[in-house]
Design a protein around this ligand. Structure first.
Ligand code: ZN
Length: 361
């Protein structure tokens, strides 16, 4: 299991898939699901759903395929590209960053986000963050015509140059650990559920556009009408020197659940998990000897915030794996946490009581 999760995560991290442009990621996941013998279902947004029939509560278990990045806003006469941000891209990491621009036919063009030469940088510029509006992408091309001839247009997707590697202690670093690690985990859950003979109906969903507007999974939820929704995504690790006061999530100390999430900037939303699901995951972790971590903070959000309000309400919980350096070009997670998360999910699904009472009266 650990080898498959490692291999899938590393492979998925290297596939570009900006929000709304998930084609290449979707193709890989589709082929993997077919290898397992499953028949995936697709919708107009590009979400992938596979259903494992069962009795008892209907479960939607989902994770997002897309990643944050940039989109071309303007092509200058001299071939430089101006861009908009898609999702929560930190402007601090952009200058000097290697990127991949994706052409109309899906090919990858390497480039860099320009940064003023150090030798010409004035003292007052050294400690300031340059707004993305003043930045530009350099594809090494001399004219707008050359850029367009290479299949780059207004609206073309751009991502951090994909990278993925394993470093000490099975830590994985590179692009889009958020949320390709989640995709690798759900592929493994799908392999293990494939042999299940009873338990709840489980709909595994690989969703789109989460980093863009947090609502890509909504059409699936409206179609499936789940009674329980479990979202798989990152949990912010706070074990680095600059995050010590933030919480207690540590890399390598197991999967976790979010007890509270909220985002007040632009989106006024969040998730407070259903207490019965919290208890079920706590008990499952205890039974399986898995250390279960907990987070509760503002600033992060998943599309579960919207899924929870579908129909007459969905009992919801965010479950995830610790990550460092979220939304930067080099995110880090621990492979062992992904293995623990897979075990936790499979066991929690298989042991979900048929008559679980989710009504709070
Ligand atoms: Zn995510």
């Amino acid at each position: 299991m650990i080898d498959r999760i490692r291999e899938d995560t590393l492979h998925l991290m290297k596939i570009p898939g900006l929000s709304g442009h998930e084609e290449q990621v979707r193709y890989f996941i589709k082929e993997e699901l077919k290898k397992i013998g499953l028949t995936p279902f697709f919708d107009k947004f590009g979400n992938i759903t596979v259903t494992f029939p069962g009795t008892g509560p209907r479960v939607m278990l989902f994770t997002h395929m897309d990643q944050l990045g940039l989109v071309v806003r303007k092509i200058e006469d001299d071939g430089f590209l101006r861009f908009e941000r898609v999702g929560g891209v930190p402007e601090r990491v952009l200058p000097g960053q290697a990127i991949s621009a994706i052409s109309k036919n899906g090919s990858t063009l390497p480039g860099i986000i320009g940064i003023k030469s150090h030798h010409a940088t004035q003292p007052e510029e050294k400690y300031t963050v340059v707004s993305y509006r003043d930045l530009y992408i350099d594809l090494g091309m001399a004219t707008a015509a050359e850029v367009r001839a290479n299949g780059i247009e207004i609206g073309s997707p751009v991502v951090y140059k994909p990278s993925a590697e394993v470093i000490a202690n099975e830590n994985i670093i590179g692009t889009s650990v958020d949320d390709r690690a989640g995709c690798a985990v759900l592929l493994e859950v799908a392999r293990q559920l494939n042999s299940k003979t009873n338990g709840p109906e489980v709909n595994i969903v690989f969703s789109v556009q989460e980093e863009f507007n947090l609502r890509g999974a909504l059409p699936v939820a409206q179609k499936i009408k789940p009674e329980i929704a479990i979202q798989i995504d990152l949990l912010l690790a706070s074990d680095t020197p600059d995050m010590k006061d933030f919480g207690e999530i540590k890399l390598g100390k197991g999967p976790g659940i979010s007890m509270f999430s909220f985002h007040g900037r632009g989106t006024l939303n969040g998730v407070i998990p259903h207490p019965v699901l919290v208890e079920h995951f706590e008990q499952t972790a205890l039974n399986e000897n898995i250390n279960l971590q907990k987070s509760a903070h503002i600033g992060a959000l998943t599309d579960l915030s919207y899924v929870q309000s579908v129909k007459d309400g969905v009992a919801s919980i965010d479950v995830g794996f610790p990550i460092r350096y979220s939304h930067t070009p080099q995110e880090m997670c621990d492979l062992n946490d992904l293995v623990g998360l897979t075990k936790l999910l499979v066991s929690a699904l298989n042991s979900l009581p048929k008559n679980i009472n989710l009504i709070r009266d």
